[in-house]
Design a protein around this ligand. Structure first.
Ligand code: WTA
Length: 644
């Protein structure tokens, strides 16, 4: 734990929406009178019917429900577009930077509005109605934002699937929410390589029957097969559509989007966010945490396939009338200076990225950074995983030239937006600490039995009250929603994260305490990788745990028991890695595979993951209590054959 403190700079406090005194006041107001507080905050959105009901929720089983602004109505695309047209129609809404540094576009609010209306009309012409699900499987191109907003315009529910997911993973996500229409591109580009999106779609749709229409954006011009009757060229579809489409007034609690995320079981969960509370949370946190003002260029490097891309590449910045930068590429192509070149090229004011990218770039030396000017930068941000103090200090010293504040923002797909974070004009910074809760967020530290711990302490992180951006359900499985988040600690939302709180009330997230691992800032369920492995014909059993990894934060360590008579060799190891990539996607590639004749189990047959974690971490001297093992010899074999 780093002891360093970086005080708020006077110039940041002076310009801030929220300084230290305002933070204390607003935090107290939101805690003491949530309805009054959120009623006032809701005024930052345009409502077709302003809400009179504010928070209405209970985390108790008997009366479990979560609603915010339930009698209000609004439209998300109208809030992100129409209301800005009169004052800043010609301002840039999206700066697009292609994978190839020579590719780029700037799109004004007026142009974006027309594109969104056209696509909304095209969707209607294809029979998409309010409440229907639309799957989006696109690269990081402006059409992804257009597709999201077009869905919201007509009340369709989007489900974005990250372009790095395999056809099988895509098919499962389409089937789970029963999408009728899918929007994709011929190919994506990443680091000079092409990603065969349309071919993946063809493979996925071979197993799903719900999709009857596919819109295909011609992005690279790569060759694709178009299935007559099903596949339509995106450009043709929108060329035939009018640039005007009324925005459908939606109930605040109407579904806005589904986003699949990994949990402790094999099947990803369809996290559902609704219209009013989510948009308010995205907009308000974006303005406050980044101290954002229109005219500034905001760059969140996350792909729209993840929640960070939803809330801070698209919805937050556009709801605030801002300029958002969308980047198709990767940090290390054409070279390791790409991020900093893009910052200079587009005069980026605020840069928001993940620790894994910083750690990868840090290894390449400071020259890649220092050759750029970065003088447009005002604020840096971090998200997705704990940032180790070394990476924080490097970000601060080298990227920020020892001057710029860093907001280390803790939140989750489930929370809709930022929950614990410094505010640049209010919070003294401690490297590695997400620091203080946002307004309306009531964190508690509890022990394994649920006893609330006070003062400086360590335990599990729960949230004691609902907030507007909270997810409302798991798509099609409301019971799973309740079971997953509200039963471990009765009456509270359990985050799945461990946390330490210091004497100054700062929160330090220590990482997941469940069977979820965080690989390069991407959430991965160990059970998902296990089910992919056991689907291979030669595998009898598999257990997957996280292991420390210099760049990825956590790597994937798989223990694999093969079927009788199968020899575990290097070739099979490679085959299994390829297999998992095909089943889930490259982000799930195991970093280490250890062939194990047996796994450590209790006498009742439960795998003792604690031991497997310790071995993967190399902590073989501290295996703890092994007395309940059915066969202690298994552990000796695992330790002796550890893959390092
Ligand atoms: C982790 C990403 C420490 C945490 C927005 C959480 C973090 C999970 C931070 C959610 C942070 C995210 N410091 N850990 N600043 N931000 N996490 O759903 O374990 O992809 O539970 O949402 O990432 O990941 P998700």
């Amino acid at each position: 734990m780093s002891q360093a403190i970086y005080p708020v700079r006077p110039e940041d406090a002076a310009r801030a929406h929220v300084d230290a005194a305002a933070y204390e006041r607003l935090y107290a107001e939101a805690a003491q009178d949530p309805d009054g507080f959120w009623r006032r905050q809701a005024e930052r959105l345009d409502w077709t019917t302003p809400p009179t009901q504010i928070g209405d929720w209970s985390f108790d089983e008997a009366d479990f429900h979560i609603k915010w602004f339930a009698d209000g109505a609004l439209n998300v695309s109208a809030n992100c577009l129409d209301r800005h047209l009169a004052t800043r129609g010609d301002d840039t809404a999206i700066i697009w930077e292609g994978d190839d540094p020579a590719d780029g576009r700037r799109i004004s609010y007026r142009e974006l509005h027309a594109d969104v209306c056209r696509l909304a009309n095209a969707l209607k012409a294809k029979g998409v109605a309010k409440g229907d699900r639309v799957t989006i499987y696109l690269p990081m191109i402006p059409e992804a934002a257009v597709a999201m907003l077009a869905c919201t315009r007509i009340g369709a529910v989007h489900s974005i699937v990250f372009g790095g997911f395999s056809p099988d993973a895509l098919a499962n996500r389409i089937q789970d929410c029963d999408s009728r229409l899918l929007i994709t591109a011929d190919e994506g580009r990443r680091g000079g390589k092409r990603v065969p999106l349309k071919a993946n779609v063809d493979a996925a749709l071979a197993h799903c029957t719900s999709v009857d229409t596919v819109l295909v954006v011609r992005h690279t011009g790569g060759e694709v097969t178009m299935q007559p009757g099903r596949d339509t060229d995106y450009a043709e579809a929108i060329a035939a559509a009018a640039p005007d489409c009324p925005a459908e007034p939606m109930g605040a609690e109407d579904p806005l989007f589904i986003l699949y995320t990994s949990g402790s079981t094999g099947k990803p969960k369809g996290v559902l966010h609704t219209t009013g509370g989510y948009l308010l949370w995205a907009a308000y946190t974006h303005e406050t945490v980044f101290d954002y003002r229109p005219g500034e260029v905001f760059w969140c490097t996350a792909d729209v396939g993840w929640v960070t891309g939803h809330s801070y590449t698209v919805y937050g910045p556009l709801a605030n009338g801002g300029t958002t930068l969308m980047f198709e590429g990767v940090p290390n192509w054409p070279d390791h200076g790409r991020f900093w070149d893009v910052i200079d090229k587009h005069k980026v004011d605020i840069f928001y990225t993940a620790p894994t990218a910083l750690r990868a770039l840090m290894r390449e030396g400071d020259d890649w950074v220092t050759r750029s000017s970065r003088k447009s930068l005002r604020l840096l941000g971090s998200v997705g995983e704990p940032i180790n103090p070394e990476a924080w200090e490097w970000y601060h010293r080298v990227v920020g030239e020892g001057k710029l504040p860093i907001v280390d923002t803790w939140w989750q797909t489930e929370t809709g937006g930022i929950m614990i974070s410094p505010l640049p004009g209010a919070t003294d910074l401690k490297p590695g600490s997400a620091s203080k809760p946002f307004f309306g967020v009531l964190p508690q530290v509890v022990d394994a039995e649920g006893v609330v711990l006070e003062g400086a302490t360590e335990g599990n992180l729960v949230l004691a009250a609902s907030w507007p951006g909270q997810m409302r359900t798991v798509w099609n499985d409301h019971d799973r929603f309740f079971q997953t988040y509200f039963t471990t600690y009765k009456g509270k939302y359990f985050t799945g994260d461990g946390v330490r709180r210091d004497a100054d009330g700062y929160y330090w997230i220590t990482g997941r305490v469940d069977d979820v691992i965080n690989v390069s800032g991407h959430r991965m369920g160990t059970a998902e990788v296990e089910s992919a492995l056991v689907a291979h014909a030669k595998v009898a059993e598999a257990a997957v745990v996280g292991m420390p990894h210099d760049v990825k934060g956590q790597g994937i360590y798989a223990y694999v028991t093969l079927n009788a008579g199968v020899e575990g060799d290097e070739a099979l190891r490679k085959e299994l890695v390829q297999w998992v990539r095909r089943e889930i996607g490259p982000i799930a590639s195991p970093d280490a595979i250890q062939f194990a004749p047996g796994l450590p189990k209790t006498r009742s047959g439960k795998i003792m993951r604690r031991i497997l974690r310790k071995i993967a971490e190399g902590e073989v001297g501290a295996l703890g209590d092994t007395s309940t093992l059915a066969d202690p010899a298994v552990v000796d074999h695992l330790v002796a054959n550890r893959v390092s």
